[in-house]
Design a protein around this ligand. Structure first.
Ligand SMILES: [Zn+2]
Length: 149
């Protein structure tokens, strides 16, 4: 670890402590100038890359996903906080998977499942786009499934 005072590259760890959130604090002493400083490491859960249907990969984009869901919820009695919570839950689920990559279908399915419980109209709107329901017959089939379930 580089010394913040003299920029020398070597330092000695003189004390290590762990906190309850998995972080590690280290007291260090520069081997050249003798100044002491601390470093703090904490684990950051990685969100898997999203593999799109055309095979390209992109970073999970919290804001973009929220936007898509908010559009589906336009003029519906769905609080913005609920949309944020859904996106947060989806991101946490993706992180818990511990995988490097996840298909965009997995994300879409989680949105669909979440919206189905939140608001059926928003769900149908999202499903029309996401499931590519491009004719009235397939949309009706989806609505029938909702009415039965
Ligand atoms: Zn130094």
């Amino acid at each position: 670890m580089r010394c913040p005072y003299c920029k020398y590259d070597e330092s000695r760890v003189i004390d290590t402590s762990h906190d309850t959130r998995g972080g590690v604090r280290r007291r260090r002493e520069c081997e050249k100038c003798g100044q002491r400083f601390s470093t703090y490491e904490r684990p950051i859960l990685a969100t898997p890359l999203i593999v799109k249907q055309d095979g390209t990969r992109e970073e999970f984009d919290h804001e973009k996903l929220s936007r898509g869901i908010r559009i589906a919820c336009a003029k519906r009695p769905v609080p913005a906080a609920d949309v944020d919570r859904l996106v947060g839950e989806i991101e946490a689920t993706l992180q818990a998977m511990g995988r490097a990559e996840v298909s965009s279908r997995v994300v879409g399915d989680m949105v669909i499942a979440g919206l189905k419980e939140m608001d059926q109209i928003a769900y149908i709107r999202y499903a029309i786009v996401y499931l590519g329901l491009d004719d009235l017959r397939s949309i009706r089939k989806e609505i029938d499934r909702l009415l039965e379930g």
